[in-house]
Each structure stands twice: as structure tokens, then as C-alpha cells.
Design a binder for this molecule. Structure first.
Ligand code: FE2
Ligand code: FE2
Length: 169
């Protein structure tokens, strides 16, 4: 956790070195949230496309699930865009790149890989938000990360792997 900092001694929230971590400026937080937003756009696009092209009886259930994920990722994008604006940034219009494949399993692996990156990023972002005293942001991110973890579980189940397995190895 951040070391103590006197309230009111720095209204502009400029970064200041504490014993354990640097508190982000609002500008830095806006930039990081914009990277998160680009990842949410990526997720929306991937889930829309994959939900339509994944074929085969074995994948009927997960294809339906991916449609649900697409809608949830759009809600995440809206919430993150709102936070970028709150922190004084302009929400990005550019998604992170989306990988494609003709193989159903490969598409699910891409999704799982992205969810795991997203979860790691939001864990970091929640800590950074709390260090700034930005509890509304932290609360919003906690709601989002809960759904990202559900997405991760759905994908693991569809791939028949354990939650903690490193499927890349
Ligand atoms: Fe998301
Ligand atoms: Fe997700």
C-alpha cells in the first residue's frame, strides 16, 4: 500500500514518491485506462466475430456464451471510456489488434490469452486507483474484473483445461 500522504498538500495529484510506490498522475491514469479501453474494444470485436464463425456441435454452447461476452465487453468499454474522460483524457478510437483463425480451439485460446492479460492489467489498475484515493474507479474496475474472471472460467471450461493451467506451455 501507499505510504501516508498528507491530504490537501497536493491538489493536482502530481506524482510523488512514497516509500513503496509512485502515485500516478491523473494524466498517467488516463493513458493507462486508454490502453485498457483498446483491449476492451479488441474483446468486443473478437467475441462478435468468433461467436459467429465457431462451428461444430461441440462448440454450440460456447458460441452462445461468446455472444454474451461480447455484450459484456461493450459495457466494460463504456465504463472505461467514462473513466478516461473523468481523468481528463480523450477515449481512444483504436482497438488492440484482433487475431483470427479458422480453428475453433485456437480462437478460444486467443480469447483466454486476452482475458488473462486483461485480468492482470486490472489487478494492477485497481491497486493504482486505490493508491490515488480514486475509490469510484477502483469499484468500477472490481465489477469489471469479476466478469473477466467469469469469462476466463467459461473459456477454460470450453477448452477443457484447469483454471490455473498455463495452456501456452
Ligand atoms: Fe472486458
Ligand atoms: Fe472479458
Amino acid at each position: 500500500m501507499a505510504a501516508e500522504r498528507a491530504i490537501g498538500d497536493n491538489d493536482s495529484m502530481n506524482s510523488e514518491i512514497t516509500l513503496e510506490e509512485t502515485i500516478l498522475t491523473r494524466e498517467e491514469m488516463a493513458r493507462l485506462l486508454n490502453e485498457d479501453l483498446a483491449g476492451e474494444y479488441q474483446a468486443v470485436i473478437a467475441y462478435i466475430v468468433y461467436s459467429q464463425v465457431i462451428k461444430g456441435a461441440a462448440y454450440t454452447a460456447i458460441a452462445k456464451e461468446l455472444r454474451v461476452h461480447a455484450a459484456e465487453e461493450m459495457e466494460h468499454a463504456l465504463k472505461i471510456a467514462q473513466q478516461v474522460d473523468y481523468f481528463g483524457g480523450m477515449p481512444t478510437v483504436t482497438p488492440k489488434s484482433v487475431k483470427t483463425s479458422n480453428d475453433a480451439k485456437q480462437m478460444l485460446r486467443f480469447d483466454l490469452e486476452n482475458e488473462r492479460i486483461t485480468i492482470a492489467n486490472y489487478r494492477e489498475r485497481i491497486k493504482q486507483a486505490e493508491a490515488m484515493g480514486e475509490f469510484a474507479l477502483s469499484e468500477t474496475l472490481r465489477e469489471i474484473i469479476l466478469q473477466e474472471q467469469e469469462h476466463e472460467i467459461d473459456l477454460c471450461n470450453a477448452l477443457g483445461i484447469n483454471l490455473n493451467d498455463d495452456f501456452l506451455s
